[in-house]
Design a protein around this ligand. Structure first.
Ligand code: ADP
Ligand code: MG
Length: 490
């Protein structure tokens, strides 16, 4: 064709419109997260509305170093529509519209790219929010969190213009495809470097909203991601935003805490979780937030799991008639990694502290406090135990090199826990007796130094000091793994 080329694709897809895209094409176009949000919206589940900027936009951004022509106009049009639909104002009151700007590649890379929350919190919106919450500090705290996020990403001061904020955030999330940690994660998992990320812009729901109604945030797995046992397990952090839970800077309580505070919300959540597991025909990892007693689902994906859990879930799904044997083998036939355990009665040494059993297995090694040191120690042929207040996505290379991981904060759904399980590295997290203060680390009041020998029992959730005799462990597969291996061989 000659003359002016007309663009036949649009970059921005509102969740409700994207239902028109064939399901098989969605993950590549919208990213896994965007596709999940569209699928939940389609199923009538409670999802805050929003829109996805496609991976095509992400690729164009990476190629040119700037947004492709037309993208910003599409974003403005989508924002107008979102504000109208919700009866809110972007950048003002009386009911301010705040949005999150979320990454989402075709293949999930949890926590490896950037997310910015509370976009649109300019002074006029902050004043309106304070009036609404009756808490004069709330908007200030949220704005500070945004400023800290900006600083953390090297973005400079937060603009006073809501669209400037939004465009800066979108560009930053597109760019986060190329951060060192995301690149390292793809290398570790054999994922292609091409592709880029989609960006989801979504109305914020406030899990940290002050007031008498129940608010908070949580994560639910429809089956146990450590053992594969049936039955939902999860965590709930009252009065918090999801970021604190996912990055592991705060240690949540069990899902039972939500049941105690808001039984109706808890029951709805379990109902939605069962529906999603049926839709995906697999164990799902669901992120949710409760704002003033109302439940919102923010993410769904097939949940990351240990090898042992992968085998058990695959076999159970066959027994339940959800998948057939061939599919079970395809999904989990290679999840044969054995878990190390010590013979019953072995002296593991005195218990230094307990925490959450986040990733099973047992390993003895020397304490290191940063990821590079873990890598160096592994290179020298010794086992490193990576001890952190919480892990960050940039620690990924050290986590992969470590023999075990120990964190002071964070639950079983935190970054440290999820990544450790996937890597097959034993992990104890949320060990409250582990204290990082003023450059020193103490464990149960006693100093812990780099080079100290400890044993991390990720199955039992305990950390031991040196034992009288060297601890010997033997790796073993579960009965589920053995059976699946037989099927795979047959
Ligand atoms: P990740 O790549 O780590 O999955 P997410 O895009 O899920 O990042 O964002 C991290 C956290 O931010 C989420 O777990 C969620 O709790 C919070 N968040 C994202 N979008 C929203 C939203 N629209 N409202 C409230 N919280 C949000
Ligand atoms: Mg998430």
């Amino acid at each position: 064709m000659s003359g002016t080329r007309t663009r036949t694709t649009t970059y921005a897809h509102a969740f409700e419109d994207a239902a028109r895209i064939p399901p098989a094409e969605r993950a590549a176009l919208l990213g896994g997260k965007g596709a999940g949000l569209v699928r939940m919206t389609e199923a009538g589940l409670p999802v805050p509305p929003g829109f996805v900027l496609s991976t095509a936009a992400g690729l164009a951004f990476l190629e040119n170093g700037e947004p492709p022509p037309g993208l910003r106009a599409e974003v403005r049009a989508q924002m107008d529509r979102l504000a109208r639909r919700l009866g809110r104002v972007f950048g003002g009151g009386p009911s301010p519209l705040l949005v999150s700007v979320r990454s989402g590649a075709a293949v999930s890379m949890p926590g490896m790219m950037d997310t910015l929350l509370n976009i649109g919190l300019v002074p006029a919106a902050a004043a309106a929010l304070d009036a609404r919450t009756g808490d004069s500090g709330y908007a200030r705290r949220s704005a500070r969190a945004l400023a800290e996020a900006h600083a953390g990403l090297g973005l400079g001061p937060v603009s006073g213009d809501p669209y400037e904020q939004l465009f800066t955030a979108i560009d930053a999330v597109f760019s986060s495809w190329r951060t060192e940690r995301a690149t390292e994660y793809r290398r570790l998992h054999g994922l292609p470097d091409e592709g880029g990320t989609a960006v989801t812009v979504q109305a914020m729901v406030l899990g940290d909203l002050p007031g008498p109604g129940v608010s908070g945030t949580g994560v639910l797995f429809t089956r146990d991601p450590v053992t594969g046992e049936p039955g939902a397990v999860g965590e709930f952090l009252p009065d918090g935003q999801g970021s604190g839970l996912v990055d592991g800077t705060r240690t949540p309580g069990p899902l039972a805490d939500l049941a105690a505070r808001a039984p109706g919300v808890h029951a709805d959540l379990l109902r939605h979780a069962a529906a999603l597991e049926a839709m995906y025909a697999d164990m799902c990892d669901i992120e949710f937030t409760v704002e003033d007693g109302t439940l919102w689902l923010l993410q769904v994906r097939p949940g990351k799991r240990t090898d042992a859990a992968a085998a058990r879930i695959a076999l159970d799904l066959v027994a339940e008639g959800t998948i057939d044997r061939a599919e079970a083998v395809r999904r989990a036939g290679d999840r044969t990694g054995a878990v190390a355990s010590a013979a019953p009665g072995t002296d593991l040494g005195p218990v230094l502290c307990t925490g959450l059993p986040a990733s099973p297995g047992i390993a003895t090694g020397r304490v290191v406090f940063d990821a590079d040191a873990a890598l160096d120690m592994a290179d020298s042929g010794e086992t490193a135990v990576l001890v952190r207040e919480f892990t960050e996505p940039s620690d990924i290379h050290g986590m992969a090199a470590a023999g075990a991981i120990l964190t002071a904060t964070g639950g079983r759904m935190s970054h440290a826990a999820v990544v450790a399980r996937e890597l097959g590295v034993p992990c104890v997290c949320g060990a409250a007796a582990l204290a990082f203060e003023a450059g020193t680390v103490r464990i149960g009041g006693r100093p812990l130094a780099a080079g100290d020998v400890v044993t991390v029992d990720g199955t039992g959730g305990r950390v031991h000091g040196p034992a009288a005799a060297a601890v010997t462990t033997t790796p073993a597969r579960t009965a589920y793994q053995e059976r699946l291996a037989e099927w795979a061989g047959a």
